[in-house]
Write a protein that binds this ligand. Structure first.
Ligand code: G6P
Length: 368
């Protein structure tokens, strides 16, 4: 009903705007007064972490993209190798899993059949199962040894938005927690990341406050036959998720790549006015992505860049820039996806699509 939408035209838009609150809930509920993380009673000891020699993160769709960011955060902080894979591949790949494997399932619904089957396979082989789930008491949650709940609340729109940003927050907390317990992270680094994580709800809100830019972009760019998303480092995952959001609700063919791969194929598709969305939020790769933007510009592309405030240089190479508030590179995925969710939403709206219930898709896929 329209009452449930609280004045928003669609659940998808309402859920996009709920993100400051949801990220806030996911984070603040896990912090004690001294800013130590309490993982809802999940007990992972220093010894447990020392015994882990491999971590798998398994999921489908949007949750898989959160898992890719999770891999990056865990490897950076814990220095344990992490493999992130889609559940439908993992379950049939005879994965190398044993008692020293930590298996992390990520799922909004907790009912995705492939994810559940992958979890059972890992369990059979002796892995410890931790899950990052939104729906309390769901199948994935019930079959896990430990559950870390995201506090997104019910997500109705088929295109996942607030579940994603809360899954990202969950991974930052999880890696900080494990880093602290295992003493792999210094106090300085721990508090630097945690204090910045605590600013995310406000920065997500700030990003939403500039929604006009995404709306305007959608008004100009809703008629493309295809859209390309590119990034480097963590921005590759924002590109993947931005592209998925876009194709799900706009029905436009979209493709996302690590920008360094352009010249190995995709650049052949760039012609005059092809829309390329370049995510440029990584300080250490900033010059690299600028070169990639120049490469596509030279072929006539229309480039919209997303960048952290202050990087004026990008205005000289891109046709349009969407700014996100300044933060740590590690945390930019939470902010970088917001304008892309809005862009997908407004294109879908402009095309008259069923935004909340896109054709051929289901909120929860409980069949193979
Ligand atoms: C479906 C949904 C996606 C979701 C994916 C995984 O395809 O349409 O939005 O990302 O399933 O769902 P889960 O509930 O496991 O996160």
């Amino acid at each position: 009903s329209s009452a449930e939408k609280e004045g928003f035209e669609h659940f998808t838009l309402k859920e996009i705007y709920e993100q400051p609150k949801c990220v806030e809930e996911t984070v603040s509920r896990r912090l004690d007064n001294d800013d130590y993380i309490n993982l809802d009673g999940i007990k992972i000891s220093k010894k447990d972490i020392e015994n882990i020699n491999k971590i798998y993160i398994i999921a489908c769709g949007t949750a898989y993209h959160a898992g890719l960011v999770g891999k990056y955060a865990i490897e950076k902080i814990l220095k344990i190798p992490v493999v992130t894979e889609v559940a439908s591949e993992f379950r049939y790949s005879d994965p190398i899993v044993d008692e020293n494997t930590l298996f992390i399932a990520v799922s909004q619904s907790g009912e995705t059949l492939d994810t559940l089957a992958a979890l059972r396979e890992a369990k059979r082989k002796g892995a410890r199962i931790l899950s990052v789930v939104n729906v309390v008491g769901s199948s994935v949650a019930r079959e896990s040894d430990d559950v870390f709940y995201t506090w997104a609340g019910p997500e109705i729109g088929v295109a996942s938005t607030k579940a994603y940003t809360t899954q990202l927050a969950a991974f930052y907390l999880l890696s900080l927690y494990m880093g602290k317990v295992s003493e792999k992270i210094s106090d300085d680094e721990y508090f630097k990341i945690l204090n910045e994580l605590k600013t995310m709800p406000n920065k997500v809100k700030e990003t939403l406050d500039s929604s006009e830019v995404s709306k305007q972009l959608a008004a100009e760019q809703f008629n493309n036959e295809s859209v390309f998303f590119m990034g480097r480092g963590l921005d590759v995952y924002t590109a993947y998720e931005g592209s998925l959001k876009f194709k799900e609700i706009s029905y436009v063919n979209s493709f996302a790549i690590p920008a360094g791969e352009l010249k190995h194929g995709t650049i052949a598709l760039i012609e005059k006015n092809t829309l390329v969305i370049a995510i440029a939020n990584q300080e250490n790769l900033f010059q690299k992505i600028l070169s990639n933007i120049k490469e596509v510009k030279a072929r006539g592309a229309y480039v919209v860049a997303i960048a952290q405030e202050g990087h004026k240089e990008i205005e000289k190479v891109a046709d349009k820039v969407i700014w996100i508030p300044k933060t740590l590179d590690l945390l930019t995925p939470i902010l970088g996806i917001i304008p892309l969710q809005l862009f997908a939403y407004y294109v879908s709206l402009a095309k008259g699509n069923d935004v909340d219930k896109p054709r051929n898709l289901a909120k929860s896929v409980t069949v193979e």
